[in-house]
Write a protein that binds this ligand. Sequence first.
Ligand code: ADP
Length: 465
Amino acid sequence: RVRRAQNPKNAKLSQYLERGVDVKFSDVAGLGKIRLELEEIVKFFTHGEIYRRRGVKIPGGILLCGPPGVGKTLLAKAVAGEAGVNFFSISASQFVEIYVGVGASRVRALYQEARDSAPSVVFIDELDAVGRERGLIKGSGGQERDATLNQLLVCLDGFEGRGNVITIASTNRPDILDPALVRPGRFDRKIFIPKPGLIGRLEILKVHARKKPMAEDVDYAAVAAMTDGMVGAELANIVEVAAINMMRDGRTEITTDDLLQAAQIEERGMLDKKERSPEIWKQVAINEAAMAVVAMNFQDLSNIEFINIAPRAGRELGYVRMKMDHIKFKEGLLSRQSLLDHITVQLAPRAADEIWHGVGQLSTIWAETADNARSAARAFVLGGLSDKYYGVSNFWVADRLNDIDSEALRILNMCYGRAKELLEKNRKLMDALVDKLVEKKSLNKQEFLNLVELHGYIQPSPPSI
Ligand code: ADP
């Protein structure tokens, strides 16, 4: 029943057709439920008749929203690939021209071609370049843009046989689009594609590794863990750079180390875009190093995978990635001791600031982690886990705010003392770690462990809690 795409009549003359698009959903990873929505779009092509017969409206356009490199273009191609239809594409910045009328005539030509060889997907990249609200840009550039946009609206409206040509557009700024574009019957369906999380990055790496000679024991999770904030395009690049690395060494398999090194290079690229003064770099390094050094002491937190002080989207400071038992954490199954350890780690930045800069020179760099510690301590007391209110019978005694707060404070003070002791005892390791971080901006597990080995790790006196 699937109507296979015809080769366009004037294939040679076709400017916008992309030939040989053979992308499948299996090439796009880490999408979770988003994939279901796109599978439905494929059905508009393959089962269009049924939709029409049942009076279900097929959307005129689908808007894929999200930052660059998350796979919007890839997804649009996969829709065409899965449905077996032609794929026409244009970048909106390409049809914003200085000469009035040029853009509009390109839009007309694009849709003419798409219709002539329907079924087809029309893909418009960076829709916001042309789809900004009309009248906002003055001068002839603005006039031209408005003319192009008007033409696009006409084309979007102009399909009787909906389902034969479906427009997919991508944008990172759905908020600035002209309201006329998102009216029913036009781009009336929005799909948001966020940056991938840990699992998403793992899946994306694996998809790209499929076509490469990977070593049997490659630790994808380690690479996923140290690529926080990266998108599919960057992850794909990491695999490419790793392959080049392998070739250069005359090896035949890509190893975990190739990938980790490539990730560092990709990371540097992101990093160099941001400037910080040497003092700030050092301050951030102390902040993160303190968490790592204190975490080292605790069983559940000691498996440090990555320390980073490079600014990343959504994060002002750096971060320490610890391999925790994520399931336990999510399900709230961490032990009482692990919770105390967690509080201690969250207080480490504050303790470090005091040690390195003195009480008179404190900053507020640790405000967020101190906040985490505070709420964890309250939850600890409220959950009936503290000494004083341990066990169910006593737990209910703590129903007065004062009781809870003073008990939480006691716990915070104890944990703080522990964090401070650990940092003071391991000052040499801290200093070395801070220097290395300032120099390299990020350290992987092995680099961190090398420093620990070099400078030793001194255990604190036995915990008193
Ligand atoms: P966008 O259109 O969102 O800017 P692209 O689709 O052009 O991003 O992504 C560029 C490349 O990055 C893709 O061709 C693909 O190799 C890789 N990529 C991006 N996202 C993914 C993903 N979710 N799964 C697999 N590869 C991806």
